[in-house]
Design a protein around this ligand. Structure first.
Ligand code: UD2
Length: 297
């Protein structure tokens, strides 16, 4: 009896604060039915996680596309990434753009670097968004193999407001779309035509995930990019473009290949939306933009 009480005492005093038992959430889903964590503020200990990954000497790559007028968003993206994205870790940002001369100079901390990769311009925004998978595949195959371990692929018309760090690392990582997380599955804007390779049937699907932020290990993201690219191209040969381009293919992929970590909408909020009470912090959000002004068509 004495042994049991003192074991409980030790557990409460030392283990609980470390492992996060004192920081749980009951107002939101924090575990998927396939046992992947759903990361919300208050469900993890950032210092503990950082200390674990510091020992592993990890590095994180990030891709961002700034084609045509979207270059205007890059400065804010890069400056806020310096403040909040994997601070204290090695970070390599790859900017794909058709306007390399307009890439802003942003002072980066030691251990952080930026590489500009030129891409052709395009007359269709859908094509720019969709070609990202192909370019991410090539980047991993041609430049990243053996360099670093993790990668995140992010929309440029966004900025960081709060920590995005080691709590987000995992094999395959998806972000729940802020527009649909309270909705029934039937409202999710999946591709619903069976002839598309992005098809998700009415009774299928877990969450609706964002195309604007996803990531994981280099191996997993390479598989994802390859699959989404080849499905997208096979659809295109048959004259089909999925409802939300590569976002639809990504959602199909995540239904079949369950993410090992799911990030809450804190990791990609939308500035035009008012903040709901369960959102204790906004870490990254899409800025308000005038589509008619910035898209090529
Ligand atoms: C959603 C997704 C986006 C993508 C798209 C469907 C979120 C928050 N956003 O946003 O990721 O899945 O639906 O295609 O999940 N881009 C350029 N130049 C252009 C057009 C696009 O560089 O002229 C790049 C840029 O990095 C941008 C991204 O493509 O952030 C996505 O395009 P968008 O922001 O116009 O797509 P949107 O807002 O419909």
């Amino acid at each position: 009896m004495i042994l049991r009480v003192s074991a409980l005492f030790v557990f409460c005093l030392f283990v609980m604060p470390l492992c996060g038992f004192n920081c749980s959430r009951t107002d939101v889903v924090t575990l998927t039915p396939w046992l992947a964590p759903v990361v919300w503020e208050g469900t993890f200990n950032p210092d503990l996680l950082d200390s674990i990954y510091q020992q592993q000497d990890i590095s994180v790559a990030a891709t961002v596309f700034a084609v045509g007028k979207y270059i205007m968003f890059l400065k804010n993206f890069l400056e806020t990434a310096e403040e909040y994205f994997f601070v204290g870790f090695k970070v390599h940002i790859y900017v794909f753009t058709d306007r390399p001369d307009e890439v802003p100079q942003v002072k980066m901390a030691p251990g952080r670097q930026l590489t500009v990769l030129p891409v052709p311009s395009s007359n269709r925004w859908q094509e720019i968004s969709a070609r990202r998978m192909e370019l991410i595949q090539k980047l991993i195959e041609e430049r990243l193999q053996g360099h670093g371990k993790y990668i995140f692929c992010l929309d440029v018309d966004s900025k960081f407001h709060g920590r995005w760090g080691t709590e987000s690392l995992g094999g395959l990582v998806a972000v729940i779309h802020p527009g649909y997380y309270w909705d029934p599955r039937s409202n999710f804007p999946y591709e619903r035509r069976p002839q598309s390779r992005a098809y998700v049937a009415e009774e299928e699907g877990d969450f609706y995930y964002c195309g604007g932020a996803f990531g994981g290990s280099l191996e997993e993201v390479l598989l994802l990019a390859k699959t989404c690219r080849s499905n997208f191209e096979a659809d295109a040969k048959e004259g089909i473009e999925a409802a939300w381009q590569e976002e639809s293919h990504l959602n199909r992929y995540m239904w079949i290949n369950k993410p090992s970590k799911v990030l809450s909408p804190e990791y990609l909020w939308q500035d035009f939306k008012s903040r709901n009470s369960e959102i204790h912090i906004i870490r990254f959000s899409g800025v308000v933009k005038n589509y008619a002004e910035i898209r090529p068509n």
